[in-house]
Structures are given as structure tokens and as C-alpha cells.
Design a protein around this ligand. Structure first.
Ligand code: UD1
Length: 419
């Protein structure tokens, strides 16, 4: 069993470069197979979820190599369109391969998706939208078989701006016959990034970042070289860590324009922020303040992926706060662990009521999912005494090297593996 051992309670001091974005890299890797040629990706994060995705692409027949920091993928010849169950169940993003496999191979087999245990996470919106483009689905015991001989553009209105369903529509529509209009599309920066990538390959997608997307089908795509944007959720994690632990932190390569909702929360908490270009200097010398009420919501609202790290910071704030989770119904899994450290948090349905306490006490903690795991690392770094955070592998799904980053900020942390 892998775990992190963290000595908490020391103010942060140091700087961290923010890695490439996980949620941008995964749909882009899926999109790579739409082109019968070579793609070069820069700043692709070396995280477990990306490694799984690369294994899946290899199974399809992609050839790939790391040339220094550049990931080179040759998808000229694909032989298979089946996502092996072992990968599909590990990672929800494997569902993202439906659109691109159908676009390239006209058929696909995927197992029902896995991923973080933060809610039921159905795929009904994906399937309904892809059907509108001409896909047919056959349920099999281990998953779904999909066929789409000729995708044809149409108008699709999503009942909810699902990030994944928006990405799947884009992936199938980009090579479809005619134009697809997607209403109520997700507006997340990762959608904009996917469109920027596909347009760089010769795609014709308009309206990225707005609720109405127009995807004009093109005949084929071309070779491209693309730099993946920095990860707003990793940056947000370390910004909230400054509030939770205190100290002075410099973050480099931060997509600040995507983090307005987080910066305004930090301002309410009394964290001093000074930004220059893609760099932000944060400092927090006193106990953070509570924030009143906040709800997670689709972009540009406060991201659900930062809700757990926010709870950690608020459990140490002066005063009480209320956080409503509106995206995933089972995303308060860290609360029990935080309570064992001395936090005062009550859960009422989708609402967490946090009465800040002056200190948390280090103890043994278990990560149950990616962002919740990161929130426990923050709590361990803020707590008095030492803590162990078990099930580190969840955290490695999204943070390239959280140990190196913590050490750069002066946190005493060790990685251990026990048989
Ligand atoms: C993506 C992100 C995840 C982030 C989330 C919301 C990736 C790899 N993951 O996840 O980190 O937390 O966006 O910003 O990019 N839903 C349905 N039916 C569907 C699809 C979704 O009911 O077919 C529901 C989900 O259960 C959830 C909500 O819609 O309650 C949002 O899901 P969605 O926006 O699709 O998130 P993901 O793409 O899974």
C-alpha cells in the first residue's frame, strides 16, 4: 500500500510550476485518433490517467514515443476499436473515446466507465447526443457496442451542459457530413482547448466557450503540434492550500483568467494575491476568514473539482461557511476524514455547514478519490503533528508529482510503500 507521510503545521514558502491540464489532455488524446497521421503534444501531464489513455491508444494500434518533453503519437494505422475492460473500468474518460472511435473506425466497444466514486455518473446524455448524430448502441454484458456508418450533422440540445457529452459530440461531429449545432454546450476551458486543438488540425468549430457550438464537418484532419494549457484545478488546489496552511507561495504558469471564481473566494478568505502575467504570488499570514455561502456550478462558477480542497481550507477559517455541491451528489467523502482531524462539518443533503476550528490534528487518512485525496493532503500539511495519507494512487491520477510540489513549498513529506 502506498502512502504519504506528512509533517504538518509549517507555513508554506516556495514556488511551483503548474503542470499541463489533465482534463484538457484526456479528450485531446482521444481526438488524436481522428487523424491518420502524426500529432505532437507538448506539456502533456505525466499522470496515471494519461498513462492509461496512452495504453488504450497503443492497443488501438497507435505508435508513440516521448521525445524529451514532447509526446509524439502516430495514429496512421488503427487495427482495433475496443477499449479493454481493465482500462475502461479504471477511468471514466474512456467514455470519451466513443465519439472519436466512431468518427475514425465507424464502430467502438467500451466498457461502462469507471473513475472517481463521486456519484452515479450516468452516460445517458452522451448516448442520446451521439444517437442524434447517427450512432446506434447495442448493450453487451461487459459494455457497449456502438456503430455509426455515416455521422450526419444535426441540432442537439443538451438537457445539462455536461463536459464529457459536449466533448463526445465535438469528437464525432468534427468529421461528420454537414453542420452540427450544439445548444447548451459546456463552456469549460477544457472544451475551448479541445476545439483549439481540432481547429489547429483543420477542424471547423465555432463558438467554443459559449453555450452554442457550431461544428462544420470537414473531410480530414492534418498533422499538428500543440501545447496543452496548464491545469486550473492543480493551480486552484495549491492556491487553496495557501489559505489552509498559511505562508507565502509563488505559482508559475497559472491560467489565472480561468480562476476568477477561485480568486474571489480567496479574497473573501483574506488571502493576499498579486499577479503578473501567468504568475501569482499568494500570502496568508492570519487564520483565513469564512465565506458565507457558496455553490459549485458549471464554468465560470466555482469548480466542483475544488470543492473538497475548499472544505479543508474552510474547516480552519474563522466563522462558519456553507458549501453546496450541485454537480456530483457524492462529493463530501472527505468530510468524515476531516472530522477525525477535529473539523466541525455537518452534512445536510447536498449542503456542508462548516464551523471553522483553530486547528486540525494529524492522523491516518484514506483517500477515496482524486480531488478528495488532494484535500486530505492539504489538511495533513495544515494539521499539527504528522499524518499518513493512504491510497496515494488516487492522487497520482491527476497530480504529476505532488510530493515534489509540496517539497518545493517547504512541506516535509515522504512517500512510502508497504507490502
Ligand atoms: C468532467 C471532468 C471532471 C469535472 C466535471 C464537471 C474530465 C475528465 N472530468 O467530468 O473533473 O468534475 O467535468 O466539471 O474532464 N451527467 C449525467 N448524464 C451524463 C453525463 C453527465 O447525468 O450522460 C451528470 C453527472 O452525473 C454529473 C453532471 O452531469 O452529475 C456533470 O457531469 P459532466 O459535466 O459530464 O462531468 P464529466 O465530463 O464526467
Amino acid at each position: 500500500m502506498e502512502y504519504l507521510e506528512i509533517e504538518g503545521g509549517r507555513p508554506l514558502r516556495g514556488e511551483v510550476h503548474i503542470q499541463g491540464s489533465k482534463n484538457a489532455a484526456l479528450p485531446i488524446l482521444s481526438a488524436v485518433i481522428l487523424h491518420r497521421g502524426t500529432t505532437v503534444l507538448k506539456n502533456c501531464p505525466k499522470i496515471i490517467d494519461v498513462m492509461y489513455m496512452l495504453e488504450i491508444l497503443k492497443d488501438f494500434g497507435c505508435r508513440m514515443s516521448w521525445e524529451g518533453e514532447n509526446l509524439v503519437i502516430d495514429a496512421s494505422e488503427l487495427l482495433d476499436s475496443r477499449v479493454e475492460e481493465c482500462y475502461g473500468r479504471q477511468m471514466r474518460s474512456s467514455i470519451m473515446l466513443l465519439g472519436s472511435l466512431l468518427g475514425r473506425m465507424k464502430e467502438a466497444c467500451v466498457s461502462y466507465p469507471g473513475g472517481c466514486v463521486i456519484g452515479a455518473r450516468p452516460i445517458d446524455l452522451h448516448l442520446a447526443a451521439l444517437k442524434r448524430l447517427g450512432a446506434v448502441f447495442i448493450e453487451e454484458p461487459t459494455g457497449l457496442k456502438a456503430i455509426c456508418r455515416q455521422p450526419v450533422g444535426t441540432t442537439i440540445d443538451l438537457p445539462f451542459p455536461s463536459v464529457g457529452a459536449t466533448e463526445n459530440v465535438i469528437l464525432l461531429a468534427v468529421l461528420a457530413e454537414g453542420t452540427t449545432i450544439l445548444e447548451n454546450a459546456a463552456r469549460e476551458p477544457e472544451i475551448v482547448e479541445l476545439c483549439r486543438f481540432l481547429n489547429g488540425m483543420g477542424g471547423d468549430i465555432r463558438g467554443a466557450g459559449a453555450s452554442r457550438l457550431e461544428i462544420r464537418g470537414v473531410k480530414e484532419l492534418r498533422d499538428t503540434e500543440f501545447t496543452i494549457m496548464p491545469d486550473r484545478i492543480v493551480a486552484g488546489t495549491y492556491m487553496l492550500m495557501t489559505a489552509a496552511v498559511g505562508g507565502s507561495v509563488c505559482l508559475k504558469d497559472v491560467p489565472l483568467e480561468q480562476l476568477e471564481s477561485v480568486q474571489s473566494v480567496l479574497e473573501k478568505m483574506g488571502v493576499h494575491q498579486e499577479s503578473r502575467g501567468q504568475e501569482v504570488q499568494l500570502s496568508c499570514t492570519k487564520r483565513p476568514r469564512s465565506i458565507g455561502e457558496l455553490s459549485t456550478s458549471p464554468y465560470p462558477g466555482f469548480p466542483t473539482d475544488l470543492q473538497s480542497p475548499l472544505l479543508t481550507a474552510l474547516s480552519l477559517a474563522q466563522g462558519s461557511s456553507i458549501v453546496r455541491e450541485t454537480i456530483f451528489e457524492a462529493r463530501f467523502k472527505t468530510v468524515e476524514e476531516l472530522r477525525r482531524m477535529g473539523a466541525n462539518i455537518q452534512i445536510e443533503g447536498q449542503k456542508a455547514i462548516i464551523q471553522g476550528v483553530p486547528r486540525l490534528c494529524g492522523t491516518d487518512l484514506t483517500a477515496r478519490e482524486l480531488r478528495g485525496g488532494a484535500a486530505l493532503v492539504l489538511a495533513a500539511a495544515a494539521a499539527e503533528g504528522s499524518s499518513r495519507v493512504y491510497q496515494y494512487h488516487y492522487i497520482a491520477r491527476g497530480y504529476e508529482n505532488i510530493i515534489r510540489d509540496l517539497q518545493s513549498l517547504g512541506v516535509v513529506v515522504r512517500y512510502s510503500r508497504r507490502q
